[in-house]
Each structure stands twice: as structure tokens, then as C-alpha cells.
Design a protein around this ligand. Structure first.
Ligand code: PXL
Length: 279
């Protein structure tokens, strides 16, 4: 049976993030992908200024309510960037109509990077995002977001496994979710994720690229969700997702494009499909 997912994010019209990443990647892997666009922006907020912004908060719950009345259901729900506390509340209300005991909620608590909140967010936003994470089956924070959610101080580089495991344990005690902590790196050659699942902690890594780009988290979470829906374990899916992100960054670096434009995942989709072969 073909799997169905709904991706709930903004549409940043330019800049390869949120729905313009999730929709093509999930669809390319053969998953029927529906969307709830939460806002339309001319660009993302990571480095562009004065973007247009059209808020669609009022549509979020009615869309889900309509689907429920039509008996439309999903195998998974994937939430990403949301435009503030009111929007998180609207998503939580929408979940009342589409979340069931048997479908999977993957929440990427997109709030910041490099120890800082993204522009436009204030600290009060964090408690709302935590409420959404508490409803999720799987959460995919980066280290900055994990620190915001737990109140643990941010460390940029000089950390060890004890620091990562403290973040995972605290996140688990707050959310009860399976956790995939992204952007974990203990040496200059490798970067990857730490996974907390059923009380066990494991790691997967890929080749670290010298440059970091905007919105690689959206590529990671979309590929992770796709692979899980195709029946792979969380760990195997995380490995595919980190390999794919690393490959996309490598190719993009060769093309010397503006970092705000995101990474060239489009031309790498054939490689992703190879990684996902033999399901
Ligand atoms: O991918 C994260 C993201 C999504 N949407 C918007 C953003 C960002 C990150 O900055 O600004 C509008």
C-alpha cells in the first residue's frame, strides 16, 4: 500500500526549505504527500531581509477538520518550521482531527541554530514548541533546539558523549519521544546524529563537509521520514538521511552558490532513490 504523509510547514517561495524541500523529496520516494501550508513567505528568514509574509494560521485547523469529515487519513504527520506560538496552537488543534494512535507524528522543532533562535522568535516560543514535541512520536532537534527545550547551556564544539547523552536524557524525560539529535560531531572528519530509542543511545555519522548551509535540517527530516515510512528502522533511516545531506552539501560546495540558497538536493534525488533501493 502506498504510504500517505502530511507535511505541515510554511512555504518559503525561494531558498530551498520547509515545504519546497519536504514535498519534492517525500513525493520522489513514492509517498503520497499532502501539505498544510502555514504561511507564504517570499524567502526564508535565514539571511534574507524584508521578506513578504502571508499568515495562514486560520486555515490550519479547518483543513484538518475537512479531511476528517472526508475520512482522509495519514500514515504520518511531519511538522517543521512554524511561525510563532499561535501557529503551534493551531497545529496542536489540527492534530485532534488527524493524529491517531496508529499514525506517526514526526516533529522537527525548528527554532534556531548555532546557539541562537532564528530571527522573529522569542524565548517564549520554546514552551509552545515543547508542547508540540510532547505529542510527537519522533523529534529531530539540532543541538541548539535541544538546549532551548531543556534549558541546558549550548556548547558549540568542545563537548563529548556525556554532554550529548545529558541532552538526550533530559529531552526524553520532557517529551517521552524517540529523539534524533542532529548536528553531532566529535571530530573534524565526521558529523551525524545521536539517536535515543527504547532507552538505548546510538550514533550514525557521515563525512563532514567544511561548509554548513541553510535548511539542511529539512532535508534530513524529510528523508528520515520517507525512509521510516518505507519500513526501515530509525537508525538505518538516519544513516541514509545523513549520507544524503552530506552528499548534497558536497555537490553544492563545488557549485559555489550563495549559502542562503540552500543545497542542491534536486540533482541528487537519483542518488537518494539508490540509497532507498531494496525495500
Ligand atoms: O528550514 C527552516 C526554515 C523554514 N521556514 C522559514 C525559515 C526557516 C529557517 O530560518 O526562516 C520561513
Amino acid at each position: 500500500m502506498q504510504k500517505k504523509i502530511v507535511a505541515i510547514h510554511d512555504i518559503s517561495c525561494f531558498g530551498r526549505c520547509s515545504l519546497t524541500v519536504a514535498l519534492p523529496l517525500l513525493s520522489a520516494t513514492g509517498i503520497q504527500t499532502s501539505v498544510i501550508p502555514t504561511a507564504v513567505l517570499s524567502t526564508h528568514t535565514g539571511g534574507f531581509k524584508n521578506q513578504t509574509f502571508h499568515d495562514l494560521t486560520q486555515d490550519i485547523e479547518p483543513i484538518a477538520e475537512h479531511w476528517k469529515s472526508e475520512n482522509i487519513d495519514f500514515d504520518a504527520i511531519y511538522t517543521g518550521y512554524l511561525c510563532g506560538p499561535t501557529q503551534v496552537c493551531a497545529v496542536i488543534s489540527a492534530l485532534e482531527h488527524i493524529k491517531t494512535d496508529s499514525n506517526l507524528l514526526i516533529t522537527d522543532p525548528v527554532m534556531g541554530d548555532n546557539g541562537e533562535l532564528y530571527s522573529g522568535f522569542s524565548l517564549s516560543y520554546v514552551s509552545y514548541m515543547l508542547r508540540l514535541c510532547q505529542k510527537a512520536d519522533i523529534i529531530t532537534p539540532n543541538i541548539t533546539e535541544a538546549c532551548l527545550l531543556t534549558g541546558i547551556a549550548f556548547k558549540d564544539k568542545d563537548y563529548g558523549q556525556d554532554y550529548i547523552e545529558k541532552l538526550l536524557n533530559k529531552l526524553y524525560s520532557l517529551t517521552n519521544a524517540k529523539i534524533i539529535l542532529t548536528g553531532v560531531s566529535f571530530d573534524e572528519r565526521k558529523i551525524g546524529v545521536a539517536i535515543f530509542e527504547e532507552g538505548e543511545i546510538s550514533y550514525v555519522f557521515a563525512e563532514k563537509q567544511p561548509v554548513s548551509f541553510h535548511s539542511t535540517g529539512d532535508i534530513f527530516a524529510s528523508v528520515l521520514g520517507a525512509s521510516i515510512l518505507h519500513g526501515r528502522s530509525i537508525k538505518a533511516s538516519a544513516q541514509i538521511a545523513v549520507n544524503f545531506v552530506s552528499l548534497c552539501i558536497k555537490q553544492t560546495t563545488l557549485q559555489k552558490s550563495d549559502k542562503r540558497y540552500g543545497v542542491n538536493f534536486e540533482e541528487n534525488i537519483p542518488h537518494l532513490l539508490k540509497y532507498l533501493e531494496n525495500l
